[in-house]
Design a protein around this ligand. Structure first.
Ligand SMILES: N[C@@H](CCC(=O)N[C@@H](CS)C(=O)NCC(=O)O)C(=O)O
Length: 317
């Protein structure tokens, strides 16, 4: 059991968690092998997963619900880090395309050598019906395809989440939040030395305090004045939405809660009020996933009672 985490994370370096890189990195492009089209692509997601949540937020905000279909895995990640389909679980679905029992089967359909690779498939996955393969399994790249290529193809409605003049600022903001916050909570929670934990938590809260100050007179992270809603918000917010519910306790990110940071709390409320967003937030999948799946960290699988104030006190999906 002590080695459970190492089966599905790539490595530890002096006790510090190092995330594995994504294996499928093709792109949907207007003139390439993978062209944008309604009804062609399918997303495999977990409602628990902050990375998958980014793609579900882009899909919802861009009105792509009918153009891109979705299957949702069970929130119970298996001991080896793999995901299974369980349509009997509320909020989860079967594999609508292949009737697969697990996400591993989907990865094996895309790459015959997958079962021998020693890798375990992650969510999100963007699947192409036409070529019967995985296009990409890196959330940030999937989001960018939805906000740019699908938009250029006229398939989206709603805001431009990646305006050309803001691309550099959006990328810089996503980069600044990635190791510190999005991956930072995992580095705190999975640390195998006090020094690695201390370092991760220090960087995490320094960045959260900087974001709290940044949001003092703004609505959104990037753009002049109050800013405009962009991909940068979609990439940060899934981590903030899980923070008080999960990371404060489970990953020991306990210096402060988001509810203690008024500007970030208002930012989350503002985001949750956008059309379609709440329907992507399954608090139960989020919370139960972490406390059940990381058995080496929580051997009795006890799930804390949810916070009684703040965003988690009102319904999600
Ligand atoms: N770089 C990936 C990370 C995806 C990821 O790590 N997803 C987690 C769920 S939160 C997963 O599927 N883990 C299973 C595993 O690592 O075996 C992305 O951003 O898309």
């Amino acid at each position: 059991m002590a080695d459970q985490a190492s089966a599905w994370t790539s490595a530890f370096n002096d006790g510090a968690f190092v995330r594995k890189s994504s294996e499928f990195r093709d792109h949907v492009t207007l003139d390439g092998t993978f062209a944008p089209a309604s009804g062609r692509y399918h997303l495999y997601v977990s409602h628990a997963c902050p990375w998958a949540h980014r793609t579900m937020l882009a899909r919802a905000l861009l009105g792509l619900e009918e153009a891109i279909t979705v299957s949702v895995v069970d929130w119970r990640m298996q001991a080896d880090g793999s995901w299974v389909f369980n349509p009997n679980e509320p909020g989860a679905t079967d594999d609508a395309l292949h009737g697969a029992a697990s996400l591993e089967e989907i990865y094996a359909l895309a790459d015959q050598s997958w079962p021998q690779s020693g890798h375990i498939g992650t969510v999100p996955v963007l699947w192409d019906r036409t070529h019967g393969t995985i296009v990409n399994n890196e959330s940030r790249e999937i989001v960018r395809m939805l906000t740019t290529t699908f938009r250029d193809a006229g398939l989206t409605s709603g805001p431009d989440l990646c305006p050309e003049p803001l691309v550099t600022a959006i990328d810089a903001m996503i980069d600044a939040n990635y190791e510190s916050v999005n991956n930072g909570v995992y580095k705190a929670g999975f640390a195998r030395s006090q020094a690695a934990y201390d370092a991760a938590v220090t960087v995490l809260f320094d960045r959260l305090e900087a974001l709290e100050a940044h949001m003092a007179n703004r609505a959104w992270l990037v753009g002049d004045g109050h800013g405009v809603l962009t991909e940068a918000d979609l990439c940060l917010i899934p981590t903030l939405l899980r923070f008080d519910l999960v990371y404060v306790v489970h990953f020991k990110c306990s210096l402060k809660r988001i509810v203690d940071l008024p500007n970030l709390s208002a930012y989350l409320e503002r985001f949750l009020a956008l059309p379609g967003v709440r329907a992507t937030c399954d608090w139960r999948h989020m919370q139960h996933h972490y406390f059940w799946s990381h058995e080496h960290m929580n051997p009795h699988r006890i799930v804390p009672l949810a916070p009684s104030q703040g965003i988690h006190a009102s319904p999600g999906a």
